[in-house]
Design a binder for this molecule. Structure first.
Ligand code: MTE
Length: 330
């Protein structure tokens, strides 16, 4: 078991991440960002004298506890420890707020008041839910899931939410519904702030599943994490969690779920289909065109910021639940 220290913030500066104005080719620009690995920008954690950044980070994570949450009887542990909250909360991908991992502060601009989720398309009972409706109508539970990013880092996260299939039962998709499109919040006045101009990218962030994938026991909507409401950097107030797929399938800050007949276009797949396929199942035997997927950097406890190299598991370790969805995969 090897522990590799994560470079401290001064080792790779934000300046090394070239701004997009240098590039005319958005694909090349994005390639320079995704896969930058654990590229700095982490707040040095100091127990004695806290910096103002550390205090601000901690307060972004201090959110109302979700009452009476039952741990899932099935998904309550995995073979590795839960990632420390302070690490998960400052190492995020949320491109609406910038192209580095260090977006937690910018993401605090996300307006989550009076949030509405529209569930529409090929369903018998279209609905518009507010967050309280969702928390009241669906049975909330905590599920500890492995989380594997396509960039080959991983965590273990304790999500709070409800199975996607419960929402399907409520809206009743018709027999024409074959796919589901999930759309994230996007407002160019709020997101993609100064210094990071992603206007030409295929916003809003959208993801898609086959209807059978959405009906799988594991597919989950999270409204919380670590026992409390979702912090903005994790995709407040509601996001997808699909633990057998790469993390980019888990669209954040959802505003719309739409049942459709045709396979929907999705954000990363539109940008580069060779690098980010629609299915995106975690597969150690299928390398990304620019790096291996055989192992991953598991970020867990600290006390220093460090990762542990682990072998990547097919379907991220969830094959017993999902392999039957992919009969043609060897
Ligand atoms: N959702 C939106 N709307 N925008 C994003 O940029 N990034 C995805 C996914 N969902 C992303 C998103 C990627 S690449 C990953 S790895 C996960 O969110 C990261 O989730 P986390 O920051 O909560 O760990």
């Amino acid at each position: 078991m090897s522990l590799i220290p994560v470079p401290p913030p001064w080792q790779i500066s934000e300046n090394e991440i070239t701004p997009d104005t240098v590039y005319y080719n958005r694909r090349r620009f994005l390639k320079s960002l995704i896969g930058t690995g654990i590229a700095a920008s982490l707040i040095p954690l100091n127990g004695c004298q806290k910096s103002s950044s550390q205090t601000a980070l901690e307060s972004s994570l201090q959110l109302p506890k979700l009452p009476n949450i039952q741990p899932s009887p099935v998904f309550k542990t995995v073979d590795r420890p839960i990632t420390k909250e302070i690490l998960a909360g400052q190492y995020n991908n949320f491109y609406e707020f910038g192209g580095t991992k260090n977006i937690w502060l910018k993401a605090q601009k996300l307006p989550t008041e009076n949030w509405k989720l529209e569930v529409t398309g090929l369903v018998k009972n279209p609905q518009t839910y507010d967050l309280d409706d969702l928390k009241r109508k669906f049975p909330l539970e905590e599920r500890v899931y492995r989380f594997r990013c396509v960039e080959a880092w991983s965590m273990v996260l304790p999500w709070v939410g409800f199975p996607m299939k419960a929402l399907m039962q409520a809206v009743e998709p018709t027999s024409q519904a074959k796919f589901v499109r999930f759309t994230s919040f996007y407002d160019p006045e709020i997101t993609t702030g100064p210094g990071f101009h992603l206007g030409s990218l295929p916003w809003p962030y959208q993801e898609g599943l086959r209807i059978e994938e959405m009906a799988n026991e594991l597919a989950f909507f999270a409204v919380g994490i670590y026992g409390h409401d979702l912090p903005k950097q994790h995709g407040a107030p509601l996001r997808m969690v699909i633990p057998w797929k790469y993390g980019f399938k888990g669209a954040k800050s959802l505003v719309k779920v739409e049942f459709v007949a045709e396979k929907p276009a999705t954000y990363w797949n539109t940008i580069d289909p060779n690098e980010y396929d629609f299915e995106a199942n975690v597969n150690p035997n299928k390398p990304h065109p620019r790096w291996s997927q055989a192992t991953e950097k598991f970020i867990s406890q600290g006390p220093g910021l460090s990762w542990e190299i682990k072998e990547t598991l097919p379907y991220n370790g969830y094959g017993e639940y999902v392999a039957n969805l992919y009969p043609n995969t060897p």
